[in-house]
Design a protein around this ligand. Sequence first.
Ligand SMILES: NC(=O)c1ccc[n+]([C@@H]2O[C@H](COP(=O)([O-])OP(=O)(O)OC[C@H]3O[C@@H](n4cnc5c(N)ncnc54)[C@H](OP(=O)(O)O)[C@@H]3O)[C@@H](O)[C@H]2O)c1
Length: 286
Amino acid sequence: MSDEKKYVLVTGATGQLGSDIVDELNRRGIPNIGVGSADLDITDNEAVSKFFDSHKFSYVIHCAAYTKVDLAEDEKDLNYEINVKGTSNLVSECQKYNIPLVFFSTDYVFGGNGDKPFKEDDETNPLCEYAKAKYLAELEVKKLDKYFIIRISWVFGKIGNNFIKTMIKLSETKTELNIVSDQIGSPTYTFDMAKAIVDMINTDKYGIYHLTNEGFVSWADFAREIFKKINKSIKVNDVTTEEYNARAKRPKNSRLDKTKYLNAGFKKMPTWQDALDRYLKEINVI
Ligand SMILES: NC(=O)c1ccc[n+]([C@@H]2O[C@H](COP(=O)([O-])OP(=O)(O)OC[C@H]3O[C@@H](n4cnc5c(N)ncnc54)[C@H](OP(=O)(O)O)[C@@H]3O)[C@@H](O)[C@H]2O)c1
């Protein structure tokens, strides 16, 4: 499908990833509408249906989600409503208009055993409510003929909150921090992800893919690299997942295998270190 013929709906456009996807579509001159929850509540079936009827979209990039991983343990219904029902509402419209949808899922659909990077068809075992809902949403998306399910991890972008911004804020008042060192994964810069996604929607290589910036790191080492780059001497103490005791269970092994994406001929993303450097410049920290 050529760019000229596209008219893309981007949900979650007020969030980290959605805002960068809208920017990338605009840079490439691809017509789009980006919406936040105030513009279109994806849990409102009727509103979603009316929205699709009044716009003749040819593509949906669905970035909207309930992303509060710990709070989801308590807000189970809201988590389910937004992540599963909201996705299902969009899927119904994509079926009605026979258009493709891109959905973003998560490394958290895996249980995190071992240290081998997970492949797309490895067994899933979501450990927390957020991950369970994202997995159920994947099943909704798979009802479509044309979809991309992109499993991503440890996202950072210019809008909203993320681990890097939290570390920068903490570095203003703390000299020592306890950070989890036995969860290993790949930080993912939304600017790089947006480019990759807009490349992907110009193909018909539909399916499920793992995609992140290159390289693996623990949260503790990620924090050390952030402090090094922003020139702050904060002592980082390694703590285990059990010691940290977060509300929601997270996988220790969050490594995602990107071989399928690369074998499909898509472009490798830059390393997470390179991405971090560019991100800190983008948010004017270095
Ligand atoms: N963040 C991560 O580390 C991470 C990791 C793996 C996968 N993912 C996935 O990647 C995607 C993008 O995540 P992100 O970090 O960019 O998310 P984010 O910054 O938390 O943004 C969430 C977006 O969802 C929208 N939204 C929430 N409830 C909605 C509703 N009822 N109707 C319509 N829109 C609604 C929000 O709109 P308003 O702000 O206008 O309410 C916001 O634009 C999500 O699918 C997420 O599950 C994220």
